[in-house]
Design a protein around this ligand. Structure first.
Ligand code: SF4
Length: 479
């Protein structure tokens, strides 16, 4: 049976695209491999939002060249934003890449996988079947050298949180952002397609639907329906338990959309509201289309209509022209504790964007500011997580903890990661875990599973006690 390995960089759009690629591959008879060296087709789903992501993608392409040397039948495919941006340059920098598919060519990529599939079947050729002991030894060395994390691998929990793409591209042209240049202008998906895919995901067991778009709340259709109407329609689908979305633009939260969201009982109590900077002059240079006062007004409107909702954000440090005063304005706003969590980034010039031509700041100044900002937000994030200690939260299983297979990772509706030791009866049939939170950290919380539920609104069923093998004792069951 042919197999495919997928590695994903970047945002939830790419994550959603990788899931689509994996599904098309499964339909075409592939299995999804956990390691590149076990695959017939390797797909690299790339990102260009920062220079480091771009360099890493080229690094991975070079790594995978070693696999092609060992097995020339292997196909290396590159997709995602770098595939759009560097389609021609890639032929020179990585001539061993077999195929490049842009972000709007995923259907074609799926068709290509189906076309390649018969060639990988054992009846045609199976280089793996005739491997020698030396080949296997080489393979082990490659396994060590390849690294990377497999995506698109289906676990018993993957279907529980489903990404549904509602919109691609962006027409806002923030001066730092590569997205409009590589993904194109707004392309809103028809409402009936979004509803049909959501209904199908729910029927297949999805407990949480994540509506995904580059500027998701800018979605609208020819009938005049906006994102609020879309969310209400999605929430009205039979069986939908939880709803969330990523990533909105502050300016597109109209009063009407906020009212619509407030009327949705299944809406998760977390809204991501990317600030980028709290300096009006910098916001203008970034072409963000709002002032700090306008942003703050939206934030307060969301808070008042969605009480208890956690607000998270993105912030860029070191944007060209950022003065100490600009930075202090951002730091002061963050210190007010408005954000439950923040994704903080050092500005990275992107080829072809206006800000790449602006005069850049010195690295030392930027790093020092970045550290101050991260320290300030980390204190707030930790205290947000610590505020859950002593309570029991309901969270959806995400999968095994990456650090310890004896523990599970789950996500609360306000998007906090919770890690807890597995209980013997953890399973996808009762994926909502009631977890007694014991510790709060910057990364999330740690606790003990005390019960399960099949649906979000179901009453809890107590779970079997945890066997703590390291301490060789029974942990008490907490209610
Ligand atoms: S709103 Fe700005 S940052 Fe967001 S995708 Fe569009 S151009 Fe990029």
């Amino acid at each position: 049976m042919p197999s495919i390995y997928i590695e994903t960089f970047g945002c939830q759009m790419n994550e959603a695209d990788s899931r689509y690629i994996a599904e098309r591959a499964l339909d075409a008879g592939y299995t999804v491999a956990h390691a590149a060296e076990d695959a017939n087709v390797v797909v690299l789903n790339t990102c260009t939002v920062r220079d480091s992501a771009e360099r890493r993608a080229y690094g991975r392409m070079n790594h995978f060249n070693a696999l092609k040397q060992r097995d020339p039948s292997l196909r290396l495919v590159v997709t995602g934003c770098l595939a759009e941006q560097d389609r021609d340059r890639m032929q020179t920098l990585a001539p061993h890449v077999d195929a490049v598919f842009g972000t709007r060519e995923l259907v074609r990529l799926g068709d290509q996988l189906a076309a390649w599939s018969p060639a990988f079947r054992p009846s045609s050729f199976d280089t793996r079947a005739s491997r020698t002991a030396q080949d296997d030894k080489d393979g082990e060395m490659l396994r060590f050298a390849m690294g990377g994390t497999a995506d698109g691998v289906t676990t018993e929990f993957s279907h529980l949180r489903a990404f549904v793409t509602v919109q691609r591209g962006c027409s806002y042209y923030c001066t730092f952002c590569i997205v409009p240049h590589v993904r194109g202008r707004f392309d809103h998906r028809p409402r009936r397609e979004i509803l049909a895919e959501t209904a199908e995901r729910v029927a297949r067991g999805a407990r949480e639907i994540v509506l995904v778009g580059q500027t998701v709340n800018a979605w609208h259709d020819a009938s005049g329906a906006d994102f609020g109407d879309l969310c209400r329609d999605v929430a009205a689908l039979p069986g939908l338990e939880r709803l969330t979305f990523i990533s909105p633009h502050p300016k597109d939260f109209t009063e009407k959309i906020i009212e619509d969201l407030a009327a949705i009982p299944q809406l998760n109590p977390r809204i991501h509201l990317p600030l980028q900077s709290a300096s009006d002059s910098l916001l203008r240079r970034m072409n963000r289309k709002y002032t700090l006062a306008a942003f703050d007004e939206k934030l307060r409107a969301l808070r008042s209509r969605l009480p208890g909702c956690a607000i998270t954000t993105d912030i860029i440090v070191g944007f060209p022209g950022e003065t100490e005063e600009d930075f202090e304005a951002t730091l002061a706003y963050v210190r007010t504790g408005v954000f439950a969590n923040a994704f903080t980034f050092i500005y990275s010039p992107r080829r072809g964007t206006p800000a790449a031509r602006f005069e850049q700041l010195g690295k030392d100044v930027v790093f020092a500011r970045f550290e101050r900002l991260v320290a300030a937000q980390n204190r707030i994030t930790r205290s947000y997580h610590e505020s859950k200690v002593g309570s029991i939260v309901r969270a959806l299983i995400a999968g095994d903890s990456k650090k310890d297979a004896n523990k599970l990772t789950a996500k609360t509706p306000d998007n906090v990661t919770i890690v807890a030791p597995k209980t013997p009866d953890c399973g996808a049939d009762r994926p909502w875990l009631d977890i007694a939170v014991e510790h709060g950290h910057v990364w999330g919380c740690f606790g003990t599973i005390v019960g399960h539920a099949s649906r979000y609104s179901d009453p809890v069923t107590a779970c079997a006690p945890v066997v703590d093998l390291t301490a060789l004792r029974l942990l008490p069951l907490r209610r």
